[in-house]
Design a binder for this molecule. Structure first.
Ligand SMILES: *Cc1c(COP(=O)(O)O)cnc(C)c1O
Length: 384
């Protein structure tokens, strides 16, 4: 049996073999604990962390001592949201976020709400973008943190971070962005965007699962309360022995992503346009979910009116994709992201998330178009 064509790059990305090469030595002979400072085993592991910190830094224009390694973007998001409120919540007991954020941001924000903090969850417009007037109105002198994602994991839209950063700074609020789907894919400069914090995930950029980073702008005003007690690694913010192999993988993945970021975005845009035209050929009434301008080229979320998404998924067996976020797939019912865009329940249930990336080929796109066209045509025939 041939393997299905992988079209679920927002759920996770395959590990780039070059990344694996960078990781291997730290699984074998370079096994030291980076915190061991009395011998060369420790030094070489620690040096690997330094190199990776530098590689991540290069992508976002930060300083290398502003990178905190974590187990992933989920941990980074929890650390910044809960950690900032623990330090600043007494003075500034208010948090602002957006309804289409990843579950881990929304759940961390809800945990703060249960602790008694005020929370504003902003809506989005029909194109999935947050309205800047609403952001301006929401941020006050009582706001400690504004947390708004860069690229949405279900619909691929890019939020206007630079403008949001300016609005946050005007009121003295800290600004965080979950950039798991954006880091290494679109240009992101923490200074140009006015970011105080940014969350990064290894496995969304052809790196390993189980590693990520939090960018934390230096300075006392950005202090965080650690969410784990221990040996004080990562500048005391994130205790626990770092995983040099995973961190080296994150660093190598970041360096590779930076090398051909613009070229790769253009290549994916061409492929995705071809795929979309192929869908329009047999289903001219499809609805693209989310802004068609402000979007990451590797994502296309489409509703097929009159077709049940689960049935469509079942009839495109040769393709590996999903109807929405991997983490929400276990929960039935319409996607909360699509509902936030004002999609009806049936539109939302007829949606598929198509994700392409580094290893997607022209030939795979052509095969995918054929599979989609056959499935749509036969489902429409069955319904008629
Ligand atoms: C994948 C993802 C996460 C979670 O990242 P992990 O590294 O798997 O914890 C968070 N936010 C967004 C937007 C994501 O796409």
């Amino acid at each position: 049996m041939t393997k299905p064509i992988y079209l679920d790059y927002q759920a996770t990305t395959p590990l780039d073999p070059r990344v694996l090469d960078a990781m291997m030595p730290f699984f074998t002979e370079k096994f030291g604990n980076p915190h061991s400072n009395t011998h060369s085993y420790g030094w070489e592991a620690d040096a690997a962390l330094d190199i990776a910190r530098e590689q991540v830094t290069e992508v976002i224009g930060s300083q290398s001592d502003e990178i905190i390694f974590t187990s992933g973007a989920t941990e980074a998001n929890n650390l910044v949201i809960k950690g900032v409120m623990e330090v600043w919540g007494a003075k500034r007991p208010h948090l602002v976020t957006v309804v289409t954020e990843h579950k881990c941001v929304l759940e961390a924000v809800m945990a703060c709400k249960h602790q008694g903090y005020d929370v504003t969850v902003l809506p989005v417009a029909r194109d999935g973008l947050v309205n800047l007037d609403k952001v301006r109105d929401a941020i006050t002198e009582r706001t400690a943190l504004v947390s708004i994602m860069a690229v949405n994991n279900e619909i691929g839209v890019i939020q206007p971070l630079a403008e949001i950063g300016r609005l946050a700074r005007e009121k003295g609020a800290l600004f965080h962005s979950d950039a798991a789907q954006a880091f290494g894919k679109i240009p992101l400069n923490v200074n140009a965007l006015g970011l105080d914090f940014m969350s990064i995930s290894g496995h969304k950029i052809y790196g390993p699962k189980g590693v990520g980073a939090l960018y934390k702008r230096s300075g006392r005003a950005r202090s965080l309360a650690p969410q784990m007690s221990g040996g004080g690694q990562e500048g005391g913010v994130r205790s626990g022995t770092q995983a040099p192999a995973l961190v080296a993988g994150l660093g190598a993945a970041a360096a590779l992503a930076l090398t051909d970021m613009r070229q790769e975005a253009r290549r994916l845009e061409t492929l995705m346009t071809r795929l979309k035209l192929g869908l329009l050929d047999v289903a001219p009434d499809i609805i693209v979910n989310g802004s068609e301008q402000e979007r990451w080229a590797g994502n296309l979320n489409v509703s097929f009116p009159g077709i049940d998404g689960d049935m469509l998924l079942a009839s495109v067996r040769g393709l590996a994709l999903s109807s929405g976020a991997a983490c929400a797939s276990a929960v039935s019912g319409p996607s909360y992201v699509l509902s936030a865009l004002g999609r009806s329940e049936s539109e939302s249930k007829s949606a598929l998330r198509i994700g392409i990336g580094r290893f997607t080929t022209d030939e795979e796109i052509d095969r995918a178009i054929t599979v989609f066209q056959k499935a749509i045509t036969s489902l429409r025939k069955g319904a008629a």
